[in-house]
Design a protein around this ligand. Sequence first.
Ligand SMILES: Cc1cc2nc3c(=O)[nH]c(=O)nc-3n(C[C@H](O)[C@H](O)[C@H](O)COP(=O)(O)O)c2cc1C
Length: 322
Amino acid sequence: MPARLKTRFTEFFDIDCPVMLAPMDKVAGGALAAAVTRAGGLGLLGGGYGDADWIEQAHRDAGNERVGIGFITWSVLRTPELVDQALSHKPAALMVSFGDAEDIIAKAKAQDTPTIWQVHTVAQAEQAAKAGVDVIVVQGQEAGGHGMDRGLMALLPAARDATGPDQIILAAGGIADGRGLAGALMLGGDGIMMGTRFCASAEADDTDIAKAGLVKATGDGTVRSKVFDVARAVDWPWHFTGRVVRNAFADKWVGNIEDMKMRAAEAQEAYNASQPDDHSIRALIAGEAVDFISRIEPAGDIVARIVEEASDLLKRAPRYAE
Ligand SMILES: Cc1cc2nc3c(=O)[nH]c(=O)nc-3n(C[C@H](O)[C@H](O)[C@H](O)COP(=O)(O)O)c2cc1C
């Protein structure tokens, strides 16, 4: 029988595994989201900055599987019609990250769509709880992609204390195996959301070169910075940084970000002139969890293994209390 683990998160969504796919901008397409849902978790489409055609294609690719969708808040606030478009698909959940999302949450709740808000500080967790969100994802700085600078180990229990015992909370950042899932449950979480581990899956919408790069990379070799937002001329709010695998381009600028801002046109030109899969220049987005990735696997196998590992660890836990 496939592994199952019951938490408030699985009960809320009526699923078997407390594992959610992070809505990674365009990497989490319909095939990946559907595979995670099929395995008993919850797959979210990576709506990212917002693209109407991509949203339609991703839903077609997900077929009849029950999937949700996530957006980058500050970006989608500029195109609210995309939230309406997403809600018209009756998603399993609407997730938002990176910005004040009260209006989007209210709109989704009015349509009875479950809501998820990813946060990076205790204050943001309180803000999300006050907005009445169904699930809070607490993201630590270990995470791949954008985030802030608090580590998950202290942030997760602090967010639990701040939002109370009834709030459903998922942990994110640096988790890629059963130890991470079991640990997240002990720290006050009701499950996990993973990005980096699912990037290295068969179904992820990324190149084979990028996936091979994840297998090769180490957590020590990742860095959180503003370099690639400046290079890509994406106007992210300045307090969010992005974790990527460190490369020659990052090495050049990471300690000189003020200089880079002054020479932004030069940096952007060099970045844009490179081939999209030249990861000596282009960002390979990934978090510290690359330490635990040794091969590309079907997403369903990843979900099953992590839940089995966590179940085994939890069954062995009582020995510590004797
Ligand atoms: C390639 C990649 C793209 C991401 N894109 C988004 C995004 O578009 N929206 C979002 O809310 N989070 C995004 N994230 C962050 C995830 O939501 C999540 O916090 C993170 O992946 C969790 O940490 P982990 O990578 O260690 O599993 C991205 C992460 C990665 C690795």
